[in-house]
Design a protein around this ligand. Structure first.
Ligand code: GRF
Length: 220
């Protein structure tokens, strides 16, 4: 009998991506189970969402650790104790060390609210607006030792509209995050994802949903 992929979800904030993954596990469209929700922030909304769904939680407060390395060792210990097979960063506001990556080689993924490699880092919706980009979006990628630099699994494109603020753009991007993060996890659960250098190969391939987007649109 096939066993569902055991996820460890790391979140520091409200946890809407966590909620989507909970919902998709519950409705059976995601062949995974959440073994642990871990946060560094005792006030994270994600903790309540996990408790509501009877998912084990742990808070490991980075302020109680002298070094990043010590903190990561505690996090890795908790994930390993829970039998986690795939680490899913969902708004986790800490940088992961090499120790962490070595404990879960090619088994840590992240979602970023921009179309990487454009706009890595923080406040990226504002960065996209300030730049005058016509499109932004979101990216699910494997985590490597850089910041938002790992191989890309899936992306969704979102137009930037004339009246957008960072908040309205973020909300439009978040809707797409909720579509692509469960999809990326499902592809991994199905063992269809292979890393070849910078390329992530999906086997069998899955064609893009749309051929192209143009903004501002062409007029007839
Ligand atoms: C998302 O925009 C995600 O891309 C970024 O942090 C935000 C987390 O949102 N890494 P939520 O906590 O899942 O609602």
């Amino acid at each position: 009998m096939s066993r569902s992929l055991r996820l460890g979800i790391l979140a520091s904030g409200g946890g809407t991506n966590l909620q989507t993954i909970i919902d998709r596990c519950q409705d059976g469209s995601l062949d995974a189970s959440i073994a642990l929700v871990l946060t560094n922030n005792p006030d994270a909304g994600a903790l309540n969402r996990a408790r509501e769904a009877d998912i084990p939680t742990i808070c490991i407060n980075h302020r109680e650790y002298a070094t990043r390395e010590d903190f990561d060792q505690a996090v890795v210990g908790a994930l390993q104790a829970a039998g986690v097979e795939l680490v899913v960063l969902a708004g986790f506001m800490r940088i992961i060390t090499q120790t962490f990556l070595e404990a879960f080689p090619q088994r840590v993924i992240n979602i970023h609210p921009a179309l990487l490699p454009a706009f890595p880092g923080l406040h990226v919706q504002q960065q996209a607006l300030d730049y005058g980009a016509r499109f932004s979006g979101c990216t699910v990628h494997f985590v490597d030792s850089g910041v938002d630099t790992g191989p890309i699994i899936i992306q969704a494109v979102v137009p930037v509209l004339p009246d957008d603020t960072a908040d309205t753009l973020a909300a439009r991007i978040l809707e797409q995050e909720h579509r692509i993060y469960p999809r990326a996890i499902q592809l991994i659960a199905e063992k269809r994802v292979h890393i070849d250098g910078r390329q992530v190969l999906i086997d069998p391939p899955s064609p893009p949903t749309e051929e192209s987007l143009i903004n501002p649109g062409l007029e007839a």
